[in-house]
Unconditional design. Sequence first.
Length: 93
Amino acid sequence: MARATKTRSSSSRSSQSRNGRSSQGRNGSNDEAERYRRATEDALQQLDWAIGYLHGIRKTEISKALAQNRSYIRRKLMGEAEQPVPSQKTDET
């Protein structure tokens, strides 16, 4: 009888650990996706700065091309609304 009890408790332990791992895996994937999203937002902020800098030193063709790339990334890859940068709003571009 003691063996049956031991077997039952070990099988319930293994199913608990499997459930714990699978839910932990899902949370891990969400955490990883969030980290990538934050990294992308940081990169876009750096790109915004570069666009503004290039626009400020009158490299408007380059800043315009980068602004278009930024817009594509936000709309198509991130699924977010486009946010104009200062160089997109001026009459110089």
